[in-house]
Design a protein around this ligand. Sequence first.
Ligand code: ACM
Length: 263
Amino acid sequence: MKIGYGQFKPVFGEVAHNLDRVSRALAKVRCDLMVLPELFASGYQFVSKSEVRDLSEPVPDGQTTARLCELARARRMHIVAGLPERDGNRCYNSAVVVGPDGVLGCYRKTHLFFEETKFFSPGDSGFRVWDIGAARIGVMVCFDWFYPESARTLALKGADIICHPSNLVLPYCPDSMPTRCLENRVFSITANRIGSEARGGKNRLTYIGNSEIVGPRGKILKRAPEKREQVAVVTIDPTEARDKSLNRYNDLLRDRRPDCYRR
Ligand code: ACM
C-alpha cells in the first residue's frame, strides 16, 4: 500500500487558488492514501467569526469536498484533508475522508487549540475509523495528538493508520508521533503546512513543516523539510499494525487495565 502526505503553503482565503495548486501537485502522484493539512485550502488564522462563517463549507456539498472527490476519482486514491465545515449555525474544524467513489465521512476536531476555541464548536463526531479496503484509517486533527486518548481511541476502534491533518505551530509533535505509534502499534501520517500568518494585527503564527509518516514500531519512515513544500509517498504493509503482540506475554491492547485508569 502506498501512503503519502502533501505539505503546502496555502494563501489565506484564496480557496480556489489553493485547491488548484494542490490538484496540480497531486496530478501525477500514485498512491492509495494521501493526507493533506488541516484547513488546507482556507488558511488557518481567522480574525473574526464572520470570516470563519464565510470560509466554512457544508459537507459534502462545498467546493473543497467536490474538488477532493474529483481528485480522488481521477487519481484512484483516498484523501483525508482538513477544512472549515459549516453545519447550520455552527462551524467545525473538520477533516473529510473521500475516495474514488465519493465521500466516506467527516471528522470534527475534538480538542480545539488556542483561538480555534473562539471560532469553532468542539467536535461532536467522536473519533472515527473507515475501512478503505487496503487498511482501516482513523482521523485526528492537529492538537488532538497532544491527548494520547485520541490515538488510543482510534487504535481501540481498529485503525491501522492514523491520518493527521495538521497546522502545527508548537515544536513537539514530529518527535512525539513515534511514541504515539509505538504505544498503539499503528502507522501515522501527519500532514502539516509551512509558511506563516500574521493577520489582523495578531501575533505571527509560524507553521513548522516536518510532515511525517511513522511506522508501528516508532520508526520515522519519511519526514518533510521545515520550510519547503513537499509531496511524499512511501510503501507500507498495513497489516503490520494488526499484530499487537509485544512478546510471548504481552499484547498491547489486551493488557490494558481500564479498571486502573479511572479517577
Ligand atoms: C493546531 O491544533 N492547529 C495546533
